[in-house]
Design a protein around this ligand. Structure first.
Ligand SMILES: [Zn+2]
Length: 351
């Protein structure tokens, strides 16, 4: 991660190299609000607050503002020098209303116009985008696998998706573009039901509940000994740990999950033709640097590539995402500069 000295004060609003403009990236999640100050595309400082500590979004945003003002002051800057704000949030973005139509994680603050409230508190323009899009945009511009056409799949309780085309996130006519977790991958009559109420969606197989269901189904089909058998709280982490210890059932669960994800990638690759597909989120079975993570990636590639036109598969990279928890604030900040028309692609690599 790039942490530059904050002592200089050579701010310039019209600097189209992007080195001088201050922007703020905010990632509003169900439990924490993360925020980071960027000068150009360099992360200067970051902080976070807990949403539970505040009665209203205004109170939380006011606390962010106080914290940002103090930090800017240390760099001989004021809020006047802050050019724009990017706000990333989970949920379906209503592109016409410029507000979130639906927030799954913030029940307490349901149906509020966060973008407007944030703009009012800071008296600054705010660019709003979905958090998966923010993460995808961050990886596209600042990750280790930077690419102009990129798809990010976030694996966790749900399966989120962000699609970047020509360096910009796509959301479509109704804010649902890139919702790959709800693409149908099983058309059979006994397809699993997705949490959204429709059958056969990727999320029902590759989200954490889906992976646990796969494990339970495999355990029923085989009599093989497994550490997963009889386990009180079967989780994707327990499956990854068992696989790392050589548990054949756990290895099969991960392989099976890789197959469904590989099929989904093969399908949307013929729509998007991405340079890079990245897998992020909490459920990557150990991720990069572990044998189980590598096996998971291998299962995905081996299923995907033979199903994909050679013009696509010969150059397509399928890798793990690299920006982790910072992806939301990095992507939100990048988007605010993109909307303000002053970003260049690609930006600096951020680790
Ligand atoms: Zn669904």
């Amino acid at each position: 991660m790039n942490f530059a000295s904050t002592k200089e004060s050579n701010h310039s609003n019209g600097d189209d190299s992007g080195e001088g403009t201050w922007v703020l990236g905010i990632d509003l999640g169900g439990t924490t609000i993360k925020f980071g100050l960027f000068r150009g595309d360099k992360l200067i400082w970051r902080n976070h607050i807990r949403t539970d500590d505040f009665e209203s979004p205004e109170a939380a945003f006011q606390s962010c503002r106080d914290s940002v003002e103090r930090t800017l002051k240390e760099s001989s800057q004021t809020l006047e020098d802050l050019h724009a704000i990017g706000l990333a949030m989970a949920g379906v973005l209503d592109p016409k209303a410029e507000a979130l139509a639906e927030t799954a994680n913030l029940h307490r603050w349901h149906h509020l116009n966060f973008r407007q409230q944030l703009a009012d508190v800071f008296q600054k323009p705010v660019a709003l985008l979905n958090d998966a899009d923010a993460a995808a945009l961050a990886e596209s511009a600042h990750g280790l696998c930077r690419a102009n056409s990129l798809v990010l799949l976030t694996l966790g309780t749900g399966v989120g998706g962000g699609v970047i085309l020509d360096g910009r996130p796509i959301r479509g006519a109704n804010g649902c573009g890139g919702e790959i977790g709800h693409a149908t991958i099983d058309f059979s009559n006994d397809a699993r039901m997705c949490g959204c109420g429709f059958p056969g969606h990727l999320e029902a197989y590759a989200g954490s509940a889906g992976v646990i269901q796969t494990a339970n189904e495999i355990l029923k089909q085989t009599e093989a000994a497994s550490a997963l058998r009889g386990m009180k709280s079967l989780t994707p982490l327990a499956i990854a740990n068992a696989a790392a210890d050589g548990d054949a059932v756990a290895i099969r669960v991960i392989h099976q999950t890789g197959i469904v994800i590989g099929r989904a990638i093969a399908m949307f690759s013929h729509v998007v033709d991405p340079d890079v597909v990245l897998l992020g989120g909490a459920m990557t079975f150990g991720g990069p640097g572990t044998d189980t993570g590598k096996q998971f990636l291998q299962s995905i590639r081996e299923e995907c590539f033979p199903r994909t036109l050679v013009q696509i598969s010969s150059h397509l990279k399928i890798e793990f995402a690299t920006l982790g928890n910072d992806a939301g604030i990095v992507g939100a900040a990048h988007y605010s500069r993109q909307v303000a028309g002053e970003t260049s692609w690609p930006g600096t690599a951020i680790r």
